[in-house]
Design a protein around this ligand. Sequence first.
Ligand SMILES: C[S@@+](CC[C@H](N)C(=O)[O-])C[C@H]1O[C@@H](n2cnc3c(N)ncnc32)[C@H](O)[C@@H]1O
Length: 273
Amino acid sequence: MSTNEFPYLHGFSEVEQARLVRQAQIAESTIFHDIDYSGARRLLEVGSGVGAQTEILLRRFPELHATCVDLSAAQLGAAAQRLGAMPWLQDRYTLRQADATDLPFEPRSFDAAFLCWVLEHVPSPARVLSEVRRVLSPGSPVYLTEVMNASFLLDPYSPNVWRYWMAFNDFQIDSGGDPFIGAKLGNLLLAGGYRDVATQIKTFHFDNREPARRKTMIAFWEELLLSASDQLLAAGKVSEEIVAGVRREMHQVQNDPNAVFFYSFVQARATVY
Ligand SMILES: C[S@@+](CC[C@H](N)C(=O)[O-])C[C@H]1O[C@@H](n2cnc3c(N)ncnc32)[C@H](O)[C@@H]1O
């Protein structure tokens, strides 16, 4: 399996693929709370990764067929294996390798679209939105869920985590991505000719009110941070000492009885006319 198909912050390892599945599960209730594809039949999912969201989409919306597009053969291979092991999803999805900036579909091929954690990785999100609009029929709803990394806060204060987080965001910008794209979704959609543009800020805020979920989230976040450690070390963005410091501090925060975890992201909804 290729580990270096194109520059990509998180890489394509099996550990990363398992992380994507856990990420989708942890965030499902927050991401899907306001998503409504009633009436849609032909969904386009762009940047579908290992199919972690596809499984949720098809479970929540039994009428949908999903066409899943990803640039990475490794991710698509993992998606084929995962979804193929779920017989109840048979015939309900198609996997296709393609670049989101050049979709291999005719105009009006779909009547809904779903993009999650993908525009943050592409150098030209406007181009992707233009392509998505081209292949949707009028009236189609589009949901975009994207990061807003300036919102992250961890308490107690963890200096290595902060340094690492800045390096993580720098690296994403250097790779042509945008770790702050969530805040820009409204502008991107308006400029792309979408209508009925609405955005919502969604927040993971865990403290002593929900210690179990806080623990799960902090452990997951450590995985998320460290998913980029090989790339950040190779690029000279962080040192081994900082990575070791991140592990130490995340462990301390996880065991702190008063820890706080805070992270907001943005979900946009728009319609194609
Ligand atoms: C963080 S993963 C998210 C996967 C999935 N949406 C989820 O939430 O589990 C981002 C995915 O976007 C894909 N990707 C990155 N650039 C792409 C592009 N230009 N066209 C299509 N897929 C792309 C990556 O290969 C990766 O699978």
